[in-house]
Ligand binder design. Sequence first.
Ligand code: PXL
Length: 291
Amino acid sequence: MQSPVSRVAAIHDLSGFGRASLTAIIPIISSMGIQVCPVPTAILSTHTGGFENYTFMDFTDQLEGYIEHWRSLKIKFDCIYTGFLGSPRQVDMISRCIKTFNNCNPLIVIDPVVGDNGELYDTMNMEMVEKMRYFIKLADIITPNLTEAAFLLDEPYPDTFEEKDMKEWLCRLAHMGPEIVIITSVPDPRAKKKTYSVAYDSDDGRFWKVACDYIPAHFPGTGDAFTSVIVGSMLQGDSLPIALDRAVQFVTLAIRASYGYKYPEREGILLERVLDNLKGPVTAGSYEILE
Ligand code: PXL
């Protein structure tokens, strides 16, 4: 029987405090009218960006039984969305899990979470990067930030970026497997206070760009928020440039809603204050096509 609403399997860690991974993904995608079924890859007391002494429980050994139960229930998914993974062994496990659900032809979205601001996250290493290079072959859509794109391509982290170089990176990443590549957090070489996100659809060969103001803040979990809006938007039937536009606008709004307060950035963006914006109709955005 067809589900009355679209359904996403969200394969991510559950970090109890800090509004990253599942605690950002579930409210965002749910607010967009889509059912989120979490597959927790690890359980942490907080995310790893800015907290010390967090607890970490790897959930890999439980996953086989968890997924097997879902399979026995014949649950169908419209999308499988995965991000931060805890270990190289977990990447193999999740690859098998994705193949299990391939019979209903879900949209596969992989956010290759390994780092930010030119560096790998605490729990990541080059073995994980190497694994990610193979893992993304399974994806329809990937959403690396500029740091992750550089690691996946084995390129140094660039300070500035011309559009033609960006296009080359997008094409090279698409050659690694995914049909659609979206790169976020690219500093604009011409405007100091701007960053942009770009997307490439290798099916029609078109490139899209959405610019936004740079705000000097680093809230963990913004990548998860961004990709969640992409997932929700694509499942609602939006075009790629509209999905890109909605994701950039939502994250920018959430950062602006948070930045004016005096609270630690490591607690993440104040999603609770902006979630309702995802319920509105699609409005005129600012995307451009790159010729
Ligand atoms: O938002 C990415 C992310 C997800 N999960 C954990 C993290 C981070 C980034 O720091 O630490 C556990």
